[in-house]
Design a binder for this molecule. Structure first.
Ligand SMILES: [Zn+2]
Length: 138
């Protein structure tokens, strides 16, 4: 049975997932202009920019990656979104949600540091989120 969390509980799992990230990554994130947010699902505008327009979107990174030609990290705002409905569909327990969100965060943080989809697949960060779940991270 897919889990159903209140917005508050979902937010809590995101906070815990962030807390569980390696300290080195957290420090790098703090040095950038990066916000982590969540919503039920992507907006029409967010979806319009994606290749997988009709599938479930688990997470999304928008804004300038670190290695962007727009400038160095921190000079442009960057956002990571986690989408609650798609995550809940794939999880039965709060622990699973937390693990799942952690995987999405690592994937999106990879994009934040300028990694491509192919590079993330190579190091297994997408497969831990995407393949198992049949959902997409962008
Ligand atoms: Zn991605």
């Amino acid at each position: 049975m897919p889990i159903k969390l209140t917005e508050k509980d979902f937010e809590q799992t995101i906070v815990k997932a962030i807390d569980s990230l390696p300290e080195g990554i957290l420090r790098l994130m703090e040095s950038g202009n990066l916000s982590i947010s969540y919503a039920n699902e992507p907006t029409e505008d967010q979806r319009a920019d994606l290749k997988n327009k009709d599938g479930d979107i688990l997470g999304l990174h928008t804004g300038a990656p670190k290695q962007s030609s727009l400038g160095p990290i921190g000079s442009w705002p960057s956002f990571i979104y986690i989408f609650q409905l798609a995550v809940e569909k794939r999880c039965d327990t709060v622990e699973q949600v937390q693990d799942f969100v952690r995987g999405i965060l690592l994937h999106e943080i990879g994009h934040f540091f300028g990694m491509t989809e192919a590079q993330l697949t190579e190091i297994g960060q997408l497969s831990s989120v995407g393949e198992k779940s049949n959902g997409t991270t962008n």
